[in-house]
Design a protein around this ligand. Sequence first.
Ligand code: DAH
Length: 347
Amino acid sequence: MTELEEKLLATLAEAKDALAQAKASSAIEELRIKYLSRKGVMTALMGQMGTVPPADKPAVGKTLNLVKKQMEAAFQEATAALSDQSATAQAIDVTLPARLRALGHQHPITQVMEQAVAIFRRMGFVVADGPDLEDVWHNFDALNAPQDHPSRAVTDTFYFDLEHHDYLAKDTMILRTQTSPVQIRAMETHPAPVRIVCPGRCYRRDTPDATHGMSFHQIEGLYVDKKVSLADLKGTLSYYAKEMFGSNVKIRFRPHFFPFTEPSVEWDASCMACGGKGCKVCKGTGWIEISGAGMVNPQVLRNVGWDPEQLSGYAFGMGIERIAMIQYGINDLRLLYENDLRFLHQF
Ligand code: DAH
């Protein structure tokens, strides 16, 4: 073996030893520069080929090529082993606590709706449901709305397919303008006594402004049984107001008119901001208007085949947006629907 061949083999062994010690890719890179770069050990050794006697050249050339290949392979192996190791190091540690995901929360309208439902459930009401896409019979006729009631106007209610349907026909489809048709559906499908609340979406052809939307939410209530009285209604709404707005809140009834109730009332809660003394929030009156209510009109009971001589009931229907605005001091209902997270995060 020539002297150069011995040097080559010794260099290979030395490089392999050094690679075995290298624990980081930067160390391997340093060794690569030392052995394999243009100014490295191997280039220098190759330069010595000129001094090899011609007769030895083929054999030494072979050894040179072999050593170079083996050295390159050793470098590749070392690099691969290192990346294997770091892959193991990065593998999932199942004992680590999970990263918490950012969770959203319920929209203020949903919160208020669920709060209201929870209060009524505590008083024995069950949740009933009805379709948003309703017929004229359930939304108007059965609720005793006269045919010339302004809410029936095609400019006030979303009607479907008026080209083929009369807007007064009982089976013409509309987007319900109130949750009150669920009263009818509940009485059609359940025997008395009935005690339901129905939270849900309603639609009207209103131009959106600070207090009106084309779509909004109501919660409807209905209790029909033997001998239900206006005093029961007042007790129920009084409990609701205290739970919703605070234990000092009082309520009052004012006479009103709805086709489906007789007598009808509007009810107010004493102002939560000033306790009833009169302030900016209640415009000096001490009272805040909440919603409509009343005793179920006997004609409505007859419309579902029930006997008003045997049964009586009360009903109420509240706008959820209005309650949310009162609860949170929001002065423009449109804020609730713009879905600006900076706004929604506050609730
Ligand atoms: N449906 C009425 C509305 O949208 C609200 C209402 C008033 C519902 C009185 C009732 C009620 O059940 O008794 O304006």
